[in-house]
Write a protein that binds this ligand. Structure first.
Ligand SMILES: O=C(O)C1=C[C@@H](OP(=O)(O)O)[C@@H](O)[C@H](O)C1
Ligand SMILES: C=C(OP(=O)(O)O)C(=O)O
Length: 434
């Protein structure tokens, strides 16, 4: 797919998908509660898939979580405690994404799960659940917090179903923490009692209550619009409905709106200030503005790299790396470890694709990635997307600077199926032809 920009500032309103992270939690909680409603579900494949598999589970012994990490991990815990018997599989890449930490913890809680292929990876075989129904003490589990927070969220959500509840101790450096607090917050909304103190999570046993929940727009998807505004010719302004922001924009010690969101990726508000994008609240909606003063500063970037740690918001890393490269701002990126086991090895994918534009992403010390791009060049290169929706969407904003080809653009269906249509409606020239 070829993308290009006819000129002038990017303007208008863009429709975001609803958050797949919120939706996929709310759908599991709804299933465990046995009622309630989840409104504003997106048409994203990850969300549609979760909804469909939850409905199918009682009537089948084979489920396919495709390439959806949340579906694979959350369903594993759900299917285990509901005593399901059958096989859960996924795409070839899903079979390379580890699940051993979660399976081991569920086995200790009483689940019968075995590996059909490689130890520690899907596909999985479920053979029922046999925990003592009269336990009074919480099931005490210790799990690593440094591989994927999805294991922890999965365990937490089934915690109230365990006879004595759950006491979960997290070890190692905890990654993606906001996703864990999102899980705890949604569980509370559905009537559970969860405490998160230090590295220990405690869940009381009990029954979830049928609840009505409306899913917020997706902040990870919003990040691509921030990138588009950052790279647009001067004067860009884009409104993004459905994001939660508190109205007290101009608190004395804050020069930016405080997102009041369950999503850690709302951190994009602060990050993008560094790239000349300011967020305002207008009629309760987020409005992104390219600010001339900040923009001017970017034309003479400091030689010392701007540091960003993505440990709490890994899904923003690709967006930020591409914007930094395109604007010639040197960056020091840390907290990227989990990127290696996502839809693709995102570090390798970024290194390979950024190199095509003359930018370098090099590991200069263990876990420290320096991005330099003194001679960023855009002349119609083709970006490979590695079956990763975020590779496609993170590189698309380069179209504001010149024509760019995106290979396999259909990958966006995972989280933002309308992305290309939304770009076209805002004036990006989107052509299917090569
Ligand atoms: O719980 C969630 O909804 C998610 C957690 C994160 O994964 P990790 O915890 O594996 O970093 C994130 O990257 C993913 O897109 C969604
Ligand atoms: C990592 C992602 O998804 P998941 O782990 O749910 O497949 C993502 O959407 O960037």
């Amino acid at each position: 797919m070829q993308l290009s920009w006819p000129g002038g500032p990017l303007r208008g309103t863009a429709i975001l998908p609803a958050s797949k992270s919120e939706a996929n939690r709310a759908l599991i909680l709804q299933a465990l509660a046995g009622g309630g409603t989840v409104d504003n579900l997106s048409d994203a494949n990850d969300t549609q898939l979760m909804q469909r598999l939850l409905l199918e589970a009682p009537n089948t012994d084979l489920l396919d979580a495709e390439d959806a990490g949340t579906v694979m991990r959350f369903l594993t815990a759900y299917l285990a405690v509901t005593g399901w018997r059958g096989r859960l599989t996924g795409t070839a890449r899903a079979q390379e994404r580890p699940i051993g930490v979660l399976v081991e913890a569920l086995r200790q809680a009483g689940a019968h799960i075995s590996y059909l292929n490689a130890e520690g990876y899907p596909p999985l075989e479920f053979g029922g659940f046999s925990a003592a129904a009269d336990a009074t003490e919480p099931t005490a589990l210790s799990v690593r917090g440094d591989i994927s927070s999805q294991y922890i969220s999965a365990l937490l959500m089934v915690g109230p179903q365990l006879a004595g509840g759950l006491r979960l101790t997290l070890t190692g450096t905890i990654g993606s923490r906001p996703y864990i607090t999102m899980t705890a917050a949604l569980m509370q909304l559905f009537g559970a009692n969860v405490a998160f103190e230090g590295d220990v999570l405690t869940v009381q046993p009990g029954q979830y209550q049928p609840t009505n929940y409306t899913v917020e727009s997706d902040w990870s998807a919003a990040s691509y619009w921030y990138a588009l505004v950052a790279l647009s010719p001067p004067g860009a302004s884009v409104t993004l409905p459905g994001l939660r922001l508190t109205p007290d924009v101009f608190r004395p010690n804050l020069d930016r709106p405080q997102p009041n969101s369950l999503q850690g990726d709302s951190d994009i508000v602060g990050i993008m200030q560094h790239f000349g994008v300011k967020t305002e609240i207008v009629n309760g909606q987020a409005r992104l503005l390219q600010t001339p003063a900040l923009r001017r500063r970017l034309q003479h970037p400091e030689k010392t790299p701007l540091p960003f740690d993505f440990r709490t918001c890994p899904d923003l890393a690709q967006t930020v790396a591409v914007v930094g490269a395109a604007l010639g701002v040197p960056l020091r990126l840390t907290g990227l470890a989990s990127l290696r086991i996502k839809e693709t090895d995102r570090i390798l994918a970024l290194q390979t694709e950024l190199a095509k534009f003359g930018a370098t992403l090099a590991e200069t010390a263990p876990g420290v990635f320096d991005l330099t791009s003194e001679n960023f060049q855009l002349d119609g290169q083709t970006v490979e997307t590695y079956e990763d929706h975020r590779m496609a969407m993170a590189f698309a904003p380069l179209a504001m600077l010149g024509p760019v080809h995106i290979e396999n653009p259909g990958v966006v269906r995972k989280s933002y199926p309308q992305f290309w249509k939304e770009l076209a409606q805002r004036g990006v020239v989107v052509s299917e032809a090569d």
